[in-house]
Design a protein around this ligand. Structure first.
Ligand SMILES: NC(=[NH2+])NCCC[C@H](N)C(=O)O
Ligand SMILES: [Mn+2]
Ligand SMILES: [Mn+2]
Length: 306
């Protein structure tokens, strides 16, 4: 059966403090995303970009949670709710949601939508844990919080719109972490998520680590969400991101990882939704980071060399 991929742009930069990531969806489309997906044997419909609210005033502390700090929370809620509806809507119509960010706060909406009527797991390709809460975040930037938001950690427990109803900690697997804040580290270690760092990849190789992550994410669920932050890659290969961290995955490791996702999906039909986030064309060189995102999306959806 041909997969019907629905591209949903979520051009929000409210979760990051680097403007420009709102242009990510255009840059990834411009990098021949649709043609790559068709080459993978899928059909493509592009529904364009979601409307993103205008910030009424640049006062980042409005609508603060009861404790702690989360910048632009009202705007983030609006984007998250409309993205969750778009993702759930695609799934209910038999389409595969492919979300283009935007900063990583858009994952709050993707996860809520993907798990609205299903149990899901999540694989998180990222340099960062994105496990801060408004209470632990050193920056207040919500793109450092989407996993905690989805799991209802800290004061996110009171924000129903931010929670992913069908996602359990046991089915969250990180791949390639290398930059974690102090309180975030404690929270990850105390939780039931599974975290593979860059050191795990160095030691065991990308292939074993991704197979383990796929096992964790797919055990006992209806499907998995792949969340891909382009800063997982080394900044030499993917410079167009707001929070680059040295020592990331190589281009080949990234393709290998997403080809492994495609293979598992071909065997077990596990892939349910996916997103590529944090592409910032202003910080990029000749759209290189957006091109990698487009290529990786095609790999995950089954594009093969031979
Ligand atoms: N999706 C991202 N790029 N997240 C970066 C998060 C950086 C830092 N840990 C913070 O919470 O502010
Ligand atoms: Mn990151
Ligand atoms: Mn991230």
């Amino acid at each position: 059966m041909t997969r019907d991929v629905r591209i949903i742009g979520a051009p929000s930069d409210y979760g990051a403090n680097r403007r420009g990531v709102d242009m990510g969806p255009s840059a990834i489309r411009y990098a021949d995303l649709a043609a790559g997906i068709e080459a993978a044997g899928a059909a493509v419909t592009d529904v364009g970009d979601l409307a993103v609210p205008r910030a009424e005033e640049r006062d980042p502390n409005r609508e603060t949670p009861a404790t702690g700090r989360a910048n632009f929370l009202r705007e983030t809620r609006e984007v998250s709710q409309s993205l969750a509806d778009a993702v759930a809507g695609a799934l209910s119509e038999g389409a595969f949601p492919l979300v283009l960010g935007g900063d990583h706060s858009v994952a709050i909406g993707s996860l809520a939508g993907s798990s609205r009527d299903a149990e899901i797991g999540a694989i998180w390709f990222d340099a960062h844990g994105d496990f801060n809460t408004p209470e632990t975040s050193p920056s207040g930037n919500v793109h450092g919080m989407p996993v905690a938001a989805a799991l209802g950690k800290g004061s996110f427990a009171d924000l129903e719109w931010a929670n992913a109803p069908g996602l359990r900690e046991e089915n969250v697997a990180y791949v390639g972490l290398r930059d974690i804040d102090a309180d975030e580290r404690c929270a990850i270690n105390e939780s039931d998520v599974t975290a593979f760092t860059m050191s795990d990849i160095d030691e065991r190789g990308i292939s074993d680590v991704v197979e383990d992550a796929l096992d964790v994410a797919s055990t006992g669920v209806d499907g998995i969400h792949v969340s891909f932050d382009l800063d997982w890659l080394d900044p030499n290969e993917a410079p167009g991101v707001g929070t680059p961290v040295r020592g990331g995955a190589t281009y080949r490791e990234a393709h290998w990882a997403l080809e492994a996702v495609a293979e598992r999906d071909a065997a077990e039909g596990v892939l349910r939704s996916m997103e590529f986030v944090e592409v910032n064309p202003i910080l990029d060189r000749s759209n290189q980071t957006a091109e990698i995102a487009a290529e990786l999306a095609a790999s995950a959806l089954g594009k093969r060399t031979l």
